[in-house]
Design a binder for this molecule. Sequence first.
Ligand code: PMM
Length: 295
Amino acid sequence: MTGRSSTPLVMGVVNVTPDSFSDGGRYDDPARAVAHGRALLAQGADILDVGGESTRPGATRPVPAEELDRVVPVIEALAADGARVSVDTMRAEVAARAVEAGAEIVNDVSGGLADPEILDVVARTGVTYVAMHWRAHSDRMQQFAAYDEQGGVVTAVRDELADRVAAMRAAGVHDEQVVLDPGLGFAKLAHHNWELLRRLDVLAELGFPLLVGASRKTFLGRLLEDADGEPRPVGEREAAGVALSGLLAAGLGGAPVWCLRVHDVRAHRDALAVAAQWGGAAADRAAAPGRDSRT
Ligand code: PMM
């Protein structure tokens, strides 16, 4: 189900929320969200990630009924179109209803910590499970952005994800269902995110495919801050994220990435095309030195 390929898959974000930091309020009514999902498919998304809870720093949680009302009709419509849909939720109840509605992937930013029963849903349904590194809900997660142990953030994230894998196995989830995610921006400062991106090989030691969600995040805004120290606004971070996708697809994170979670699918697809062409050209040169491959 999650088989590896050299070019990462592209997961397009469909946030059905009034308050997500990257696109909050733009697609918060189901019809608009479905239209947006279809547009992302047309741009080449492999997966559509439908979420009804904003996880931006400081966000408060919707009640479960509200989250269900947001995501279920959108998942039903997009799955009926034949799309491969994931549900971005931390709740077992929402995950179960989403799978009934046609979701094939449960994307849980808490890796089973927020609602441990979600692991039972994943085990029972056999769907793919994206488990992200997470320490606390968004209203207080940045209080936990400290990684003072030996090995710093990279070792801590690897070890905490390994603990989550143990919990998944104990719940009856099969390893073939699991994808791991470093959780960029979740209880992380900017430099933590960069360290993780450079050392994906350490996370890959756990033996699972990796998903990376960097698109439009605050650490990119910080990288591009203006002369007064103001971060680049969310809507103007796309090019930096696209550059990062190209570098990751070219292997500069130190390990293959199974999937990139992005907002502007077309732009990131372009970066992947460049990286694939580069890799192919390098392989051609190695196989046939001196051959002119400009055509
Ligand atoms: N980031 C956000 C939401 N869901 N899921 C995974 N697996 N990985 C992420 O990094 C991730 C996520 C927050 O970003 P958004 O507000 O743009 O959706």
